[in-house]
Design a protein around this ligand. Structure first.
Ligand SMILES: Cc1cc2nc3c(=O)[nH]c(=O)nc-3n(C[C@H](O)[C@H](O)[C@H](O)COP(=O)(O)OP(=O)(O)OC[C@H]3O[C@@H](n4cnc5c(N)ncnc54)[C@H](O)[C@@H]3O)c2cc1C
Length: 353
C-alpha cells in the first residue's frame, strides 16, 4: 500500500491521543497522529494527580481499583520505552478544613481504611502549614509528569514519521465505507481525541459535552518538601524544580480559557491563610476540561459511520481513566471485544447522530 496509508488516524495528542496511539502502536498498527500543539489544551495544564479518594463524602473514585494499576503500568512502560521519568508515587496529605471534615475522615477510616492512614508528619511539613484540624494521608497517589510524557511521545512519533503538526480541518475529511481520506493520507479508521474541542465535531456534537474550566497558579515555594501533594481548600502539587502547581476550580459550561482575576485572588487568600512559607506567584494558567455531566468517558465508534470513532470525555480524570480505556478500546478495535457500557457511546442510542 502507499506509504501515506495508515491503519488509524488519531486527531489530538493530549493524554487521550497519546495513550491511545501508544496502545495501538504496541499492537503493531500503523498510526498517524495529527495535533496542532495547542498550549492551552487541558493536558498541558493538568497537575497530573491520580487520587483514589475524592469528594466531601470521601468516596473511592469510579473504577479506581482497576484504572489506577492499569494507568501506573502503562506510564511505567512508557517511561522505559521513552527513557524519561513520567510517573512517581506522591501521596496526598489532606489537611482537614474543619472539625466536621476531621470527623468525616475519622469515621471513614474506622469504617474502611482503604487508601487512608494518619501517620505523624515530619516537623518540616507541620511547620509549613497552619493545620489545626489534623490530617489524613491518601496512599497510594501517583503523580504523572504529563508535560514530559507529551513532549517525549511527540518526539517518538516524529521519529516514526507518525506525527502531523497541523490543525485538523474536518472539511478535508472524506469518508467511504472502507477508507478514510484526509489530504494526502488514507486510513482504515479515524479516532477523534480532541478534548474540549470535541463538542464542535460534526460527527459527535450530539454527545452531551459539558466543558469545565479549571485554573492553577504556578508558585515558587523554595523550602517546601516535594515528596507530597498538600491539600486543603486548594491543592499544592510538585511541578518543576521549586515550582508548585496550586489549584483548582471547576466552572461548568465555561468555554473561556483565559485565567481569571477572581481565581487568582481566591487562591492567594487560601494560601495566605494556610501556608506558612514565603512564596512567589510565577504564572497563572487555565484550560477547559473535556467533561460531561455523567462524568464518564466517551469511547466507541460512530453508529452510522463505522470507521469514525471517539476517545474523549475524560473530564477531571484523564490521567487515571485514559490508559485503561485506551487498552479496552484497542482490544475492541482489533478483536471486537466489548467496551464497558458506562463508557461506550452506544449508551446514547437515543441520540440522532
Ligand atoms: C486545571 C486542571 C487541572 C487538572 N488536573 C488533573 C489531574 O490532576 N489529574 C487528572 O487526571 N486530570 C486532570 N485534569 C483533567 C485532564 O487535563 C483531562 O482529563 C485530560 O487532559 C484530557 O485529555 P484529552 O487528551 O482528552 O484532551 P486535551 O488535553 O484537550 O487534548 C486534546 C488535543 O487535541 C488537539 N486538538 C483538538 N482539536 C484539534 C484539531 N482540530 N486539530 C489538531 N489538533 C487538535 C489539542 O490541541 C490537544 O493537543 C485537569 C484539568 C485542568 C484544566
Amino acid at each position: 500500500m502507499h506509504s501515506n496509508h495508515y491503519d488509524m488516524i488519531i486527531v489530538g495528542q493530549g493524554i487521550s491521543g497519546t495513550v491511545l496511539s501508544s496502545s495501538l502502536m504496541l499492537q503493531g498498527l500503523k498510526v498517524l497522529v495529527i495535533d496542532d500543539g495547542n498550549n492551552k489544551a487541558a493536558s498541558k495544564i493538568a497537575s497530573g494527580v491520580i487520587n483514589p479518594v475524592t469528594g466531601r463524602r470521601i468516596v473511592k473514585t469510579w473504577q479506581i481499583d482497576t484504572v489506577m494499576p492499569a494507568a501506573v503500568r502503562m506510564y511505567q512502560a512508557l517511561e522505559n520505552k521513552l527513557g524519561t521519568s513520567i510517573v512517581k508515587q506522591c501521596n496526598i496529605i489532606n489537611f482537614h478544613a474543619s472539625v466536621q471534615m476531621q470527623k468525616a475522615f475519622a469515621d471513614r477510616l474506622a469504617e474502611d481504611p482503604t487508601y487512608l492512614s494518619t501517620p505523624p508528619l515530619p516537623t518540616n511539613i507541620t511547620a509549613a502549614f497552619d493545620a489545626p484540624f489534623g490530617h489524613t494521608v491518601i496512599d497510594p497517589c501517583w503523580l504523572i509528569d504529563v508535560g514530559n510524557l507529551l513532549r517525549h511521545w511527540r518526539q517518538y512519533l516524529i521519529e516514526k514519521n507518525a506525527l502531523l503538526h497541523d490543525v485538523f480541518d474536518i472539511r478535508k475529511l472524506e469518508i467511504n465505507a472502507d477508507l478514510i481520506t484526509y489530504d494526502n493520507y488514507t486510513a482504515h479508521k479515524i479516532i477523534f481525541c480532541e478534548g474540549a474541542k470535541g463538542d464542535n465535531n460534526p460527527y459527535f456534537k450530539q454527545l452531551p459535552f459539558a466543558p469545565n474550566k479549571g485554573e492553577a497558579l504556578l508558585v515558587k515555594i523554595k523550602d517546601l518538601d516535594k515528596q507530597f501533594i498538600y491539600k486543603k481548600s486548594v491543592s499544592i502539587v510538585p511541578w518543576k524544580d521549586e515550582i508548585f502547581w496550586v489549584g483548582s476550580n471547576y466552572e461548568w459550561n465555561n468555554n473561556n480559557d483565559d485565567p481569571s482575576v477572581a481565581f487568582k485572588e481566591k487562591t492567594i487568600a487560601a494560601l495566605n491563610e494556610w501556608l506558612q512559607l514565603p512564596y512567589e506567584v510565577e504564572d497563572h494558567i487555565a484550560a477547559i476540561r473535556p467533561a460531561n455531566i455523567q462524568r464518564r468517558p466517551f469511547v466507541g465508534m460512530h453508529p452510522i459511520h463505522k470507521n469514525i470513532g471517539i476517545f474523549n470525555g475524560m473530564g477531571t480524570k484523564g490521567c487515571s481513566l485514559a490508559p485503561y480505556f485506551a487498552e479496552q478500546f484497542t482490544a475492541h478495535l482489533l478483536h471486537q471485544t466489548p467496551i464497558e457500557n458506562e463508557a461506550n457511546i452506544n449508551r446514547f442510542n437515543t441520540l440522532e447522530f
